[in-house]
Design a protein around this ligand. Structure first.
Ligand code: NI
Length: 257
């Protein structure tokens, strides 16, 4: 069995040159079992939906990333609500707080994050959450909003924060960063997350795992993350792939295999 990548940005311009060839290789050679393509800004939501319509094993999530929170309008909300009715729309995302880059002012990030959490709740859809240098506020916000299902993607904090997030009933997704030499705290976090709450992802083209760090990330590199989790959990890679695929099926309500 091959890994399922729960977080990709294949529509990023960094795949413009070889997108179709790459997808043909991934699916033709069965390097992955499928993927979820994630929206980030009002202008890319149709494109992520189109990708999902084009490939059987591609699903999508429409949402506005904190970087683009300033672009969120009433029209964006209407668009997201309508896209979430699509049969291949599995979640609202990615949404959240990014206090590292602060590309949108923090007050606007907060407002747009909460607004999207409420949209997801009103439609009974899970959320895909991005959080960077915002751990304490993230936990408070999710708790106050009584979030009902979702995943904290590209987990980048310590084991204590992982436990906080787990206490809210959320899943935690790990990517290539767990293979990076200096990220011991992330490997400790992997150890405290029960198998039934784990997901794997690439966040490609970003976050490339060792040993390809100087290259563009791609969905089949989820295998490297699965291998690292297997090592940390002392189980087989097949088990990691099996359970994370089942978790994705459960959280996103889809049949992957
Ligand atoms: Ni992302």
């Amino acid at each position: 069995m091959k890994p399922f990548d729960t977080h990709t940005h294949i529509m990023s311009e960094r795949f413009d040159e070889d997108r179709e060839a790459l997808l043909a290789e991934l699916f033709g050679n069965e390097l992955i079992s499928g993927l979820i393509e994630i929206g980030t800004e009002p202008g890319d939501l149709e494109a992520v939906k189109d990708l999902a319509e084009q490939y059987e094993k591609v699903w999508f999530a429409p949402g506005v990333h904190p970087h683009s929170a300033s672009e969120f309008t009433d029209e964006t909300e209407a668009h997201i609500r309508s896209l979430l009715k699509h049969e291949k729309a599995v979640a609202l995302g990615e949404i959240g707080l990014d206090f590292h880059y602060d590309f949108s002012p923090r007050d606007i990030q907060r407002e747009v994050f909460i607004r999207q959490l409420r949209i997801a709740k009103s439609l009974n859809k899970p959320v895909i959450i991005h959080s960077r240098e915002a751990a304490a506020e993230m936990f408070e916000t999710l708790k106050n909003e009584n979030v009902n299902g979702g995943v904290l993607h590209c987990f980048s904090e310590n084991a204590a924060h992982a436990e906080d997030i787990l206490s809210l009933g959320l899943y935690i997704a790990f990517g290539g960063a767990i293979t990076h030499k200096t990220r011991d705290e992330l490997r400790e976090a992997v150890k405290v997350v029960p198998l039934e709450r784990l997901l794997i992802e690439t966040d490609c083209p970003y976050m490339t795992p060792v040993p390809f760090r100087n290259k563009r990330n791609r969905p089949d590199f989820t295998m490297l993350t699965a291998e690292k989790i297997a090592e940390l959990k002392n189980i087989s890679v097949e088990e990691v792939i099996d359970i994370t695929t089942q978790n994705a099926e459960k959280l996103f309500g889809i049949n992957i295999i």
